[in-house]
Design a binder for this molecule. Structure first.
Ligand SMILES: *Cc1c(COP(=O)(O)O)cnc(C)c1O
Length: 396
């Protein structure tokens, strides 16, 4: 297989099981290789493995780092993200924590986009602030130069951002980071390496919650941190090891299974989300639609420039009272009320004013914000569900 093949082809051919040299046969899929202990045929074999590991090879000497199933998944993430090293984490959030702890020390300062995944603020409050690491939130319109400190080390982004899917100008952030010797790390859960590739746009670190579109079936938790920088890779590796992170082989196996169908799933999520946008645009209750692939979105031009596709995530600003917005959400029958996204099913989240407060991008005042994940259902059924729920919200 040529590595210049299209990513859709690579995703079907990477990480399959090798042929048995005796029989010339193999199952298509690698099995879930569960292990805590790795056995060595001799002390020499053990020492060989340790030497290869010390030289930077992925030689498993203990189960915590995972065996072949994990190695195959790491390669898939590297391929998706155009990176050279991948480190797995037991959740997307654990991946984010790995990045901050690997790249920052006591006394360091980081610039963090105000549109990041909400729990990053909890990481700050619970851990980073106690360790003497300071964060400053920035937004797209800020003059970053003014926020820089002599001890600033990290520029952390998420594009499109959480809740409102605000597109950031990643190549511009990368230029700024290079100029000031900062590491640019970004949360790429939205793109999952398939429709948006931050490393190719100048970032050095990309974090993905594999829990979302990679897994794709709402049944696993997984994170991945990918880099193309040798020095950063060493720091990530040590941090991952020191924190004792481990991913179940079964979850790695499910994630490998998930990526096979990511091309078809993603395309259908994206197509159906646009159909829903078209419906929403005609409704008088709708004040704004947040979905970068939608031509009316403020980030559409950046999306066109930097992304190769889209997904099922959108948010809709509704001219509804808080009470009417609750009626709307409760009236939906095909949209499950729940956090997370990227599975096959449609979901709805009523975003609270507190969650929006940090987002400079939000200009909706007292309007309600509802985040939707458009699943793989028939869009006509989803639209009918949204229409009846909007009617109910109007008391009809
Ligand atoms: C869900 C999510 C995460 C965290 O992933 P978990 O696997 O749930 O910990 C991180 N970033 C973004 C943008 C997410 O949506």
């Amino acid at each position: 297989m040529s590595s210049s093949a299209h990513i859709d082809t690579l995703l079907q051919h990477m990480g399959t099981a090798p042929f048995d040299p005796k029989t010339g046969t193999a199952p298509v899929n690698l099995p879930s290789m569960r292990a805590s202990t790795v056995r060595f045929a001799s002390l020499e074999a053990l020492e060989n493995a340790q030497q290869r590991k010390a030289a930077g090879e992925r030689a498993a000497t203990y189960g915590r780092m995972g065996m072949d199933t994990h190695a195959a998944l790491e390669q898939v993430f590297c391929q998706l993200e155009d990176g050279t090293h991948c480190y797995l984490a037991p959740s997307g959030m654990a991946g984010i924590t790995m990045v901050f702890l690997a790249l920052l020390s006591a006394g360091d300062h980081a610039l963090v986009a105000d549109c990041v995944y909400g729990p990053v603020h909890e990481l700050d409050a619970a851990l980073l602030s106690r360790m003497g690491i300071e964060l400053t939130l920035y937004h797209a319109g800020d003059d970053l130069e003014k926020l820089l400190r002599p001890n600033t080390r990290l520029l952390y982004a998420e594009a499109p951002g959480s809740l409102l899917f605000e597109m950031l100008d990643l190549p511009a952030l990368a230029r700024f980071a290079r100029q000031h010797h900062l590491v640019l790390a970004t949360d790429n859960t939205w793109g999952s390496g398939y429709i948006y590739r931050p490393l190719a746009l100048g970032a050095q670190v990309s974090v993905i919650a594999g829990t979302k579109y990679v897994g794709g079936h709402s049944d696993l938790m997984l994170g991945a941190v990918v880099t193309n920088d040798e020095a950063i890779a060493k720091r990530l590796n040590r941090t991952q090891y020191a924190m004792g992170y481990s991913v179940s082989a079964d979850d790695a196996w499910l994630a490998l299974r998930g990526v096979r169908t990511m091309p078809v799933r993603m395309a259908q999520h994206a197509r159906h989300a646009l159909e829903v946008c078209e419906f929403l645009q005609q409704r008088p209750e709708v004040a704004a639609i947040y979905h970068p692939a939608w031509p009316g979105d403020a980030g559409h031009a950046l999306w066109q420039r930097d992304c190769t596709g889209s997904n099922g995530m959108l948010a809709v600003q509704l001219r509804l009272s808080p009470q009417a917005a609750r009626v709307f959400v409760d009236a939906l029958t095909l949209f499950g009320i729940g956090f997370s996204w990227g599975g096959f099913e449609s979901l709805v989240q009523l975003v609270t004013p507190g969650e929006l407060a940090r987002h400079h991008y939000w200009t909706g005042g007292q309007d309600a914000l509802v985040r939707l994940h458009i699943g793989l259902e028939s869009p006509a059924d989803l639209i009918a569900d949204l229409a009846q729920a909007l009617q109910r919200a109007q008391g009809r």
